[in-house]
Design a protein around this ligand. Structure first.
Ligand code: ACO
Length: 191
């Protein structure tokens, strides 16, 4: 995904971590012009992800990121676009208080780390970039994919989780979240 400004100036690392402060690093924090471009990138990514999932409204935007306590990992390719770089995709996570059912139908209250939005540019999908981003997040958060919850996962995400993390057995829920059997394993208060 290309932009009419220098991506490498905003995002110095291959994978950037953004929270509600919306700063990629100390350098962008002092530059309102770079901050504005960063917001443009997040908004554009959010729109592209919504379109790919056929959602009527974007679940990710710069203003939403600022108002919610969610966190976003952004992957760039610094080499392309004549050295200006391009954005490959993003992964948004955050903790949510959920009321879940274990495999015996017993209610379990938990506040797991959830995958809330995930998008790789159309022409770059199925090249391993999603895995690179997801693995980075798992290490950064020190969490297992089976211990996470997935908000309304698309068929592509379900296929991704099965292929890379062997997550196949989801436990039926009454909300939009998907959790797998590992989620309840050794969890206090659940069989
Ligand atoms: N059709 C089916 N499965 C797919 C597709 C596709 N078009 N694209 C990726 N996958 C799955 C498959 O399991 C694939 O393995 P395969 O090629 O052997 O079948 C695997 O992902 C490939 O792994 P990566 O290359 O690491 O994944 P990728 O870089 O494509 O990223 C992602 C995966 C983020 C799901 C990407 O395909 C995408 O952006 N899809 C559109 C948006 C989307 O559906 N996002 C998830 C929303 S739900 C949520 O965020 C809670």
């Amino acid at each position: 995904m290309e932009f009419p400004f220098d991506i490498n100036q905003i995002f110095t690392e291959r994978i950037s971590f953004l929270d509600q402060n919306l700063v990629a690093d100390r350098w962008t924090a002092r530059r309102p012009d770079l901050q504005a471009n960063l917001a443009t990138v997040i908004d554009e990514l959010g729109r592209a992800s919504a379109k790919a999932q056929q959602l009527t409204a974007a679940v990710t935007s710069a203003s939403k990121l600022q108002s919610q306590r969610h966190q976003l990992y952004l992957l760039k390719d610094g080499e392309c676009s004549g050295g200006r770089g391009a954005v490959v995709g993003f992964l948004k996570v955050g903790h949510k208080k959920l009321f879940l059912l274990d495999r015996h139908g017993v209610h379990v209250e938990a506040e797991p780390l959830c995958v809330l939005d995930f998008y790789i540019a159309e022409n770059l999908q199925r090249h391993g970039y999603g895995l690179e981003l997801f693995d980075f997040m798992l290490q950064h958060k020190n969490v297992e994919p089976g211990r996470m919850a997935y908000d309304r996962p698309s068929p592509k995400l379900l296929s991704f989780l099965e292929k890379h993390y062997s997550l196949t057995q989801n436990v039926p829920q009454v909300n939009n979240f998907v959790v797998f059997e590992d989620f309840f394993f050794n969890r206090a208060g659940s069989a």
